[in-house]
Ligand binder design. Structure first.
Ligand code: MN3
Length: 249
């Protein structure tokens, strides 16, 4: 993002609404993410305390993810997290003014339930939308591909481990590909809206590169109890160019 654009957004957002430059990706301005265009060479974008445009239509991921699920997931579930997050920040007496979202998540303790659930909910979904692509999955390439092979043995072995993490997460939660404190790629899973950045809360902290929502609200309308079918469909929608940008932090 250009500096003047960042400052402009900061001014509009006001104290307390601005978030951190952190893993993400996309266009080099404040507009919606690229619609399937290559993001190579792009810098990570900030996560604002507001929903950024989806960047594609609700129906764009169908039939893998149906339009009604997208509309409810983005417009109701994710929006709800953002509203509650902003309300909680407003009630925090300025404690989070000017703090980046990633820094806020890193600072949380287990008892900060509202910020934990809704800060995590906002971050997790922003990452999720950015990483899905209507064009369908490309393959991991370059350094990221090499890292996946070095770490997991093969890209397929990574995918198997990631899918299993999602399938075996009891109840609601997320499966993650993270870069851990040692700088190594790792597959993890968290309950509810916990995020790997919450180093004071999660067992295996790190920077999230790819997150898969396995809450029933992400798939139930189309797949009912068939979580594994949704997971397989999700894997076909991952934009690995975006994951690669996330992995460069
Ligand atoms: Mn969700």
């Amino acid at each position: 993002m250009k500096k003047r654009t960042f400052i402009k957004i900061a001014g509009v957002a006001g104290a307390g609404l601005l978030i951190a430059p952190f893993a993400g990706c996309g266009s080099n301005d404040s507009k919606a993410p690229d619609k399937g265009a290559s993001v190579k060479g792009m810098k990570p974008r900030p996560f604002l305390f507001e929903q950024e445009p989806l960047g594609y239509d609700f129906s764009a991921l169908a039939p893998a993810i149906d339009a009604m699920t997208m509309e409810l997931h983005f417009g109701k579930h994710h929006a709800g997290y953002v509203n509650k997050l902003n309300k909680a920040i407003g009630e925090a007496g300025g404690a989070y003014d000017g703090m980046e979202l990633s820094a806020m998540l890193q600072s949380l303790t287990p008892d900060q339930t509202t910020l934990r659930n809704n800060g995590g909910g906002h971050y997790n979904h922003t990452l999720y939308w950015r990483t899905l692509t209507p064009g369908g999955a490309n393959a991991p390439q370059g350094i990221l591909k090499e890292e996946l092979i070095d770490t997991f043995g093969s890209v397929e072995a990574f995918q198997e481990q990631f899918m299993k993490a999602g399938a075996t997460r009891f109840g609601s939660g997320w499966a993650w590909l993270i870069r851990n404190a040692s700088g190594t790629l790792e597959v993890t899973s968290t309950p509810n809206q916990d995020n790997p950045l919450m180093s004071g809360i999660v067992d295996r902290p790190g920077i999230p590169l790819l997150g898969m929502d396995v809450w029933e609200h992400a798939y139930y309308l189309n797949y009912q109890n068939r979580r594994k079918d949704y997971i397989a469909a999700f894997m076909e929608l991952v934009n690995w160019d975006v994951v690669e940008v996330n992995s460069s932090v």
